[in-house]
Write a protein that binds this ligand. Structure first.
Ligand SMILES: Cc1cc2nc3c(=O)[nH]c(=O)nc-3n(C[C@H](O)[C@H](O)[C@H](O)COP(=O)(O)OP(=O)(O)OC[C@H]3O[C@@H](n4cnc5c(N)ncnc54)[C@H](O)[C@@H]3O)c2cc1C
Length: 398
C-alpha cells in the first residue's frame, strides 16, 4: 500500500482526506495519514467572531476524532518540523514519517511585514488563542477604564480606542463585530458608551482590495454608519505600546491594537528544500503539484496556484482551499485507477463579508445581498460547511 501523508487538517487538508475517503469508500489503495499539531479542525473563518464575543470559542473547534470517525484515515497529532522532499520524509515532534505522496496544507501565519513594534504590541487575528487573548484585552480595557476615577471618560477616549490594522476580510469583519461587542460591554459600563472608538486602518485606497472599489466604498459607508473610523490609503509605520504611528505623520492612541494586515506561508516551508515565492509559498503546476517535486501537492494559503483566467495566483481563502482539497482528493483517486489527471480550474461561488452580527454583504454571481438577508446567506454557508465536514458531502465554505 502506498502512503499518502497530508500535512495540516485545516480547510484544504481535511478536504483532501475526506474527499478521497468518500470516493474510495475507505477501501482505496492509499494508506492515508493526516498530521496536525491540533486535535481539532479550526473553523478559522469565524475566529474574529470569537474575538468580538459574538460566538463562544468552543463553536470554532471541531474535534478531529468526530470528523474522522468511521473513516479510513489515520490521524497523528504532532508538530511538523521539517519536510525533506528529496528523501520523501517528514520530521515531526513524534518522529519521522515517510511518504509516497505528500500534501502540504499547512496554511499561513501572520505577516508582520517588518513593521517595527507590530509583532510585540499588536494582537494577531489568526488562531483561536489570538482571538481569546484579544477578547480578554478588550474586556480588561473596559474594566480598567470604568475603575479609573482619576480621569473621567471622554469622547474617543484612548483607553477605549481599539485600532485594527488591515482592511481586508478579517480586519473589516472584526471592526464591524467589535461595535456590537463594545455596545454589549456598554450595558455593563454605561459611561463607556460615548467614549469607545473602533478605528480601521487600511493601506490600499479602498477597503477589501480583493473586491471592486464600489463594494469597498459600500462597506466603508456601512462601517462609518456603525461609527467605525475608517482610514484608507494610510500606512502603519511603527507601533509602540498604546500608539500607532502612521506614515502620514499622525499618531493614533489605542489601548488594544490588532493586526489583520496579511499572511505569509509558515517558515518551515522555506526552511525545507522548496523553492518558494517571495511570501514563502510553494509554486504549483496546473495539477496543484509542486513545480519542483511532482509527488508533492500543495494547496491553500501555503501554495501559489496559477489561475489561468486571471494570470494571477488563486486567492487565499477557505473557500478556495476547500475546493483545492476536493480536487486533490479526486486526483489521487484517479491516480489509483490509472486515470489521467485533469487540470485544476479554480472557481468561486462568491464572497460574504459580515458587517456585524446581523448584517453582511454577500456577492454571488449576479446576486448581491445586503443587511440581514446578506447575513442569513453567510450563516447558511457556515452551516452547510459544518454539516458537510461531519458527513460525506462536498460543500464550499463562505
Ligand atoms: C479571522 C479570519 C477570517 C477569515 N474569513 C474567511 C472567510 O470569511 N471566507 C474564506 O473563504 N476565508 C476566510 N479566511 C481565510 C481562511 O481561513 C484561510 O484561507 C483558510 O483557512 C486556508 O486553509 P488552509 O487549509 O490553507 O489552512 P488552514 O485552514 O489554516 O489549515 C492549516 C492547518 O495546518 C496546521 N499546521 C500548521 N502548521 C503546522 C505544523 N508545523 N505542524 C502541524 N500542523 C500544522 C494547522 O493547525 C491547521 O490545522 C479567514 C481567515 C481568518 C484568519
Amino acid at each position: 500500500m502506498k502512503r499518502l501523508v497530508i500535512l495540516g487538517a485545516g480547510y484544504g487538508g481535511l478536504a483532501v482526506a475526506q474527499r478521497l475517503d468518500a470516493l474510495t469508500r475507505g477501501r482505496g489503495q492509499w494508506e492515508v495519514v493526516l498530521v496536525d499539531h491540533r486535535d481539532y479542525h479550526l473553523i478559522q473563518v469565524r475566529v474574529h467572531e470569537v474575538a468580538a464575543n459574538s460566538i463562544p470559542a468552543a463553536r470554532v473547534k471541531v474535534p478531529l476524532s468526530e470528523l474522522l470517525d468511521g473513516r479510513n484515515i489515520k490521524f497523528t497529532q504532532a508538530r511538523i518540523e521539517k519536510i525533506d522532499p528529496v528523501a520523501k520524509q517528514v520530521q515531526t515532534s513524534t518522529g519521522p514519517i515517510s511518504y509516497d505522496r505528500l500534501v502540504v496544507s499547512l496554511g499561513s501565519v501572520t505577516a508582520f511585514r517588518d513593521i517595527p513594534g507590530l509583532q510585540e504590541h499588536a494582537f494577531p487575528m489568526k488562531d483561536l488563542e489570538d482571538a481569546v487573548a484579544y477578547r480578554k484585552a478588550v474586556i480588561q480595557a473596559f474594566k480598567e477604564a470604568a475603575k479609573d476615577d482619576a480621569e473621567p471618560l471622554r469622547k474617543n477616549d484612548p483607553r477605549l480606542t481599539f485600532v485594527i490594522g488591515g482592511g481586508g476580510l478579517t480586519g473589516t469583519e472584526l471592526a464591524a463585530e467589535m461595535v456590537d461587542f463594545c455596545n454589549d460591554l456598554c450595558q455593563r459600563f454605561p459611561a463607556a458608551r460615548k467614549a469607545y472608538r473602533v478605528v480601521l486602518v487600511e493601506a490600499a485606497d479602498h477597503l477589501l482590495p480583493q473586491l471592486s472599489r464600489a463594494n469597498g466604498e459600500y462597506v466603508k459607508e456601512e462601517l462609518r454608519f456603525k461609527n467605525v473610523a475608517v482610514l484608507t490609503g494610510v500606512f502603519i509605520e511603527r507601533v509602540e505600546p498604546g500608539k500607532v504611528y502612521l506614515k502620514n505623520g499622525k499618531v493614533l492612541s489605542g489601548n488594544v491594537i490588532c493586526w489583520a494586515g496579511g499572511v505569509q506561508a509558515p517558515a518551515i516551508i522555506r526552511e525545507s528544500s522548496f523553492e518558494t515565492t517571495k511570501d514563502g509559498r510553494i509554486p504549483t503546476d496546473k495539477f496543484l503539484r509542486s513545480t519542483q517535486f511532482p509527488d508533492v501537492y500543495a494547496l491553500g494559503d501555503c501554495a501559489a496556484i496559477p489561475d489561468p483566467r486571471t494570470g494571477k495566483t488563486v486567492p487565499l481563502t477557505g473557500q478556495y482551499a476547500e475546493l483545492e482539497g476536493h480536487y486533490i482528493g479526486e486526483s489521487l483517486h484517479n491516480e489509483e485507477r490509472n486515470q489521467p489527471l485533469t487540470p485544476y480550474h479554480p472557481f468561486t461561488l462568491g464572497t460574504s463579508i459580515s458587517l456585524g452580527r446581523r448584517e453582511a454583504l454577500t456577492l454571488s454571481g449576479p446576486l448581491r445581498l445586503t443587511g440581514l438577508p446578506g447575513r442569513l446567506a453567510k450563516d447558511v454557508s457556515y452551516g452547510k460547511y459544518e454539516f458537510a465536514i461531519r458527513s460525506n458531502l462536498p460543500v464550499i465554505v463562505p
